[in-house]
Design a protein around this ligand. Structure first.
Ligand code: OKP
Ligand code: ZN
Length: 365
């Protein structure tokens, strides 16, 4: 059975970003989630669309802090929680304003380690790597709600396949903000907490030695997820993404993991403008690698910015192709409890149909 998880608090985060040297309302907007919910509610699809169990905000925060403690920097998480109020009381922003970084960490030859600057204004740049990750009044609430979906979704899958265990084999968590660009100590690319990494930690809490596969099929390279698991021998990260696109500095084929994790990072960059047939060749290859690894838990970082009309993605992929992508993924990775996490996808008018197409394929297997 497939369950769809969402949280109304994920709608509260609404920021601005610097794009093409213009400050604009962020493309990663509440309207994305609204469009998906609308499509899910008007269609007879037979999925369970549910909200996570009721939990008060403080308890939810400490749960998320606990399940991010081995992958995220504590001071970074504190910063996410407090910086908006700090900027507000320092008079740096108005109530409806956004914390946006200005000066980023600069590697130098001095040998000095990376240390947070004293200035609260400058600190925003220490904990971020781009200008698409603003923080407004409700951001922290939404960031925690989004991360909590990854946590709850993972919990719902625990025990699948065991005697008397759950019959939920797939959870699709409608996370926003997304997560795959966050490396555990820097926000970027609309991401603040790495939801995929959190899910792995949650899974490992009850299955400490488990092999986990992460399939990242957002248009962009998941630099954060790669970074977090780069030396991990039990987590296989496979990503198909636009070559030489955002986040620009990562995603090359020769990034294969290090130490015990050597060979456990597989980047499959694909030329901008590639047709669906070429995309599928990469996908089949990636799915075979994940299958060979025999993961006990699968995380899919799912972005719909591979769509042909996406403002941030550039592959020739159409609505019906998502059905094929999901069908092949499910066929090759059948019976593995799977957590699908929403990442990008910015064409609001087609997002609902694209999600439904993907779900149709997933369900058909
Ligand atoms: C987030 B996700 C391109 C600027 C891109 C941020 C893109 C974030 C994508 N010139 N700005 O992976 O969908
Ligand atoms: Zn993306």
């Amino acid at each position: 059975m497939l369950v769809i998880l969402w949280d109304p608090d994920c709608l509260l985060h609404e920021t601005v970003e610097l794009l093409g040297s213009k400050l604009i309302p962020a493309l990663e907007s509440p309207a994305r989630l609204d469009a998906i919910l609308k499509a899910l509610h008007i269609t007879e699809h037979g999925f369970r669309v549910v909200q996570p169990s009721a939990i008060d905000n403080e308890a939810r925060i400490s749960r998320v802090l606990k399940s991010t403690s081995d992958t995220h920097n504590y001071n970074y998480l504190q910063h996410l929680q407090t910086v908006y109020e700090e900027w507000l009381s320092a008079g740096l922003i108005e109530k409806d304003g956004n914390v946006l970084p200005e000066c980023f960490y600069l590697p130098t030859s001095t040998g000095k380690p990376m240390r947070p600057p004293k200035d609260v204004f400058a600190r925003a740049g220490y904990f971020a790597f781009d200008m698409s990750s603003g923080i407004m009044s409700n951001s922290y609430r939404a960031i925690v709600a989004s991360a909590n979906l990854a946590h709850e979704g993972t919990d719902m899958l625990t025990g699948f396949g065991t005697k008397g265990g759950t019959d939920v084999d797939t959870v699709f968590a409608l996370c926003r903000p997304p997560g795959h660009h966050c490396d555990g100590r820097r926000a970027g690319g609309y991401c603040y907490i790495n939801n995929a990494a959190l899910a792995v930690s949650t899974w490992r809490a009850s299955n400490p030695k488990a092999r986990v596969g992460i399939l990242d099929i957002d248009f962009h390279h998941g630099n954060g997820t790669q970074e977090i698991f780069y030396s991990d021998s039990q987590v296989l990260y496979v990503s198909i993404h636009g070559a030489d696109e955002f986040p620009y500095y990562t995603g090359a084929e020769d990034e294969k993991g290090t130490g015990d994790g050597e060979g456990m990072n597989i980047n499959l960059p694909l030329k901008v403008g590639s047709p669906f047939e070429e995309y599928m060749l990469k996908l089949e290859y990636g799915l075979d690698r994940v299958h060979e690894f025999t993961p006990e838990f699968l995380v899919v970082s799912l972005g719909f910015d591979t769509f042909h009309a996406d403002p941030l993605g550039h592959f020739q992929i159409h609505t019906e192709d998502y059905e094929t992508i999901a069908t092949r993924t499910r066929q090759k990775l059948k019976d593995i409890p799977s957590l699908i996490l929403l990442e990008g996808g910015y064409v609001i008018e087609h997002l609902g149909a694209n999600v439904l197409s993907f779900l149709k394929g997933w369900k058909s297997v």
